[in-house]
Design a protein around this ligand. Structure first.
Ligand SMILES: [Zn+2]
Length: 493
């Protein structure tokens, strides 16, 4: 045989082997979605659930960035409302006020050998945004068109109320837990949680508490999460991105607009911001995202399976695809965006200073100092000073174990209450108060048991016109009730 033919044969064989591997990798993995029996619904009184949530929404428990605006008495009113609406909870569980306005409930279990679990949520909301065009004022709250409207219906009063309704309901049914259950509601999550969550976690730590798992807010159930997946997906956050603010400032000699210098403060800073925007952090496939793909690829359409099951070959193509959507882009890279730009005193004055703040959201594995170094190198202008603003918390959270009892319990509960939903581990894009609990457990999970339909997606996370349908909210309560039952609460005894 001629040399050319041999080379051709080798190339063809090589291509066939690659094609076989690509096909095998796409076809062999079978679904990891473990079937669960749909649970009996929680026999819940939707009228009373809606009324309680509406009353909670109307509490003006706002986390203002300026401490002087903070009104503690509104939190006290909220506590009183909870006492009134959840009489059995307040008769059977012990309640401690931590750092004045945060609440820690303890539902004592009968079996001391079992590790307790802790369910979290936060009492505060961000201030109402500009309400122009809002159908309903954010903090007034109202029930209309089958929805409960108002700030907190998605973040995060629905969870405070949902958890308490579930416990009240279980108490009505005569349930007592085998393992101790803690309910922890911080009052300052929107300001960083250094008052509430931090001190509740420290208190439990000082008491020597070790937790089986923690469940906090996280990603809701959403559709169209990845190409080729038609079913809604519940991502259970096993890690979260870290939040970092960086200040960029420039100071020039100033001058006068009638004879401007070659470089103005605004011009210098704008150029640097432009460079930063055009030079994004590189794409990285961190473990939570790879685990997410592992759970979801078998559920994809065939064409997408070929791509997503073969990242070794199609990494660049898939990366490009995911980078095109803001949500999936944030899963695969550290992101940064300017959130503040300050300069200028008036149209006739040439400012000598300009300042911007960049908000970075770091992937697990990225360190603050490395991110700053990269920023400086990309900015590449010694006239611009770059410094991290005060960090509120440690850089990273660890990765929770998906083989743990906690993950399995949450996974099963989601499938029982939302039988049409796919469950996968994932990366939580925002910081949560749960990061303060890392000394108490290796199992911290973040999930929002709400179906977020397309029309509600934009309202999610601090948007105006937050709303939750009565049907979805009822499922929230049912989810927490089922979760508590699956975590070993015994009923009827
Ligand atoms: Zn929140």
């Amino acid at each position: 045989m001629e040399t050319a033919s041999i080379i051709l044969l080798i190339i063809i064989s090589g291509l066939l082997v690659i094609a076989a591997v690509v096909l095998l990798r796409a076809l062999v993995p079978s679904s990891v979605q473990t079937p669960a029996m749909p649970a009996a619904d929680g026999s819940l009184d939707t009228k009373s659930l809606s009324r309680h949530l509406l009353q909670a929404i109307r509490m003006q428990t706002i986390s203002h960035q300026e401490k002087v605006q903070y009104k503690g008495e509104d939190f006290t009113y909220f506590h009183e409302l909870l006492e009134m609406n959840f009489p059995l909870v307040h008769a059977s569980l012990s309640r401690e006020k931590v750092w004045e306005y945060s609440l820690l409930y303890t539902w004592k279990g009968r079996d001391e050998s079992m590790k307790p679990i802790l369910l979290m949520a936060h009492l505060d909301v961000v201030p109402a945004g500009p309400e122009n065009g809002s159908a309903h004022p954010d903090l007034d709250g109202r029930i209309a068109e089958g929805y409960i409207w108002g700030k907190g219906t998605l973040d995060d009063k629905y969870a405070v109320l949902g958890i308490l309704e579930a416990v009240e309901n279980l108490l009505q049914e005569g349930c007592t837990p085998l393992r101790t259950i803690y309910l922890a509601f911080g009052h300052d999550e929107e300001m960083g949680g250094l008052g509430g969550a931090f001190h509740i976690a420290s208190l439990l730590h000082a008491r020597g508490v070790e937790l089986e798992f923690v469940l906090d807010e996280g990603t809701p159930i959403i559709n169209d999460i990845l190409p080729g997946i038609s079913r809604p997906v519940a991502l259970v956050g096993i890690a979260e991105k870290a939040n970092l603010y960086v200040e960029l400032s420039v100071e020039t000699g100033g001058g006068h607009p009638i004879m401007p210098p070659q470089d103005s403060a605004i011009g210098i800073l704008s150029e640097v911001l432009d460079r930063l925007e055009k030079n994004r952090f590189p794409i990285r496939w961190e473990l939570p995202v790879r685990k997410m793909l592992h759970a979801l690829v078998p559920e994809m359409s065939f064409g997408n399976k070929i791509l997503y099951a073969n990242l070794w070959l199609f990494r660049r193509r898939v990366g490009k695809k995911l980078a095109a959507s803001p949500w999936t882009n944030a899963l695969i890279r550290t992101t940064m965006v300017p959130t503040v730009f300050e300069a200028g005193l008036g149209p006739k004055v040439l400012p000598s200073k300009a300042k911007a703040v960049m908000n970075l959201r770091l992937l697990p594995g990225d360190h603050v100092h490395e991110a700053i170094d990269r920023l400086k190198a990309t900015a590449n202008d010694p006239r611009v000073k770059i410094r991290p603003m005060e960090r509120r918390i440690t850089e990273h959270t660890f990765m929770s174990d998906t083989n743990s009892a906690g993950f399995r319990t949450i996974d099963r509960t989601i499938r029982e209450v939302f039988p049409d939903v796919l469950v996968a581990p994932g990366l939580c894009l925002s910081e949560t108060d749960s990061r303060y609990y890392s000394a108490l457990t290796r199992s911290i999970f973040r999930f929002r048991p709400i179906r977020l339909r397309a029309d509600n997606l934009q309202r999610y996370v601090h948007g105006s016109d937050e709303k939750i349908s009565i049907e979805d909210y009822t499922q929230v309560v049912w989810f927490y009730k089922q979760l508590l039952l699956n975590s070993k609460s015994i009923c009827g005894g």
